[in-house]
Design a protein around this ligand. Sequence first.
Ligand code: ZN
Length: 198
Amino acid sequence: MASGGPEIEQLIQLLARLPGLGPRSARRAVLQLVKKKEQLMIPLSAALDRAVATVRTCEVCGNIDTKSPCSICSDPRRSESGMLIVVEDVADLWALERAGVGLVKYHVLGGVLSPLDGIGPDDISVDALLGRAHEFSEIVLAVNATVEGQTTAHYITDRLGESAPKVTRLAHGVPVGGELDYLDEGTLSQALRARTQI
Ligand code: ZN
C-alpha cells in the first residue's frame, strides 16, 4: 500500500530492484533520502546525472569506467607484469583491485558458459580474449569455483591452444582465517591436493 506520493513510490520500487535491497530496505533508504534532502538526496541525484552522462564499458577489457580504454587498460605500468587476469564480472575485477593484487590487466568475460541457460561461447567475451592473449606472458583464469566457471576455464584453455602463454587458475582451498572443521569436503580435499611446501 502506498504511503507516499507516486514519485516516492516509484523511487522505492526502483531502489528495491538493486542487489541487497528489498522493498523494506528501499523504503527505509527513501525515507532517509527525503529526510536528508540537502545532504543526501540532492548530491545523489547530481552524482547519478554525472554517472549517466559519463559511464561506459571499456572496449578493450569490458571494465566499467568513465573513459574507454579504461584507466586500467591505459596505465602503461600495468603492461610490465605481463599478467592478464580473466574474470566473469566487473564486480570480480573490482574485488581483485580492492585486494591489491598488483599492477596487472584484466579481461571481463561478462558471464560463463551455461548450456542450461542457453549461454554459449558467442555470448561471452572469449574471441576478444583470444585476440589479446598474445600480449601477455601469463593468463590467470580467475573464474568462480562453480561447475559453469570451471567448464568455462577448460573451454578457454582449449581455445588458447598450444601456442598460448602460460595459463594458470586461482588456488582453491582453505580461506584465510578458516577453520578446517567448518569446511565442506570438496574444499578440504581440493586444499590437500593443492598443498604447497612451507
Ligand atoms: Zn579496460
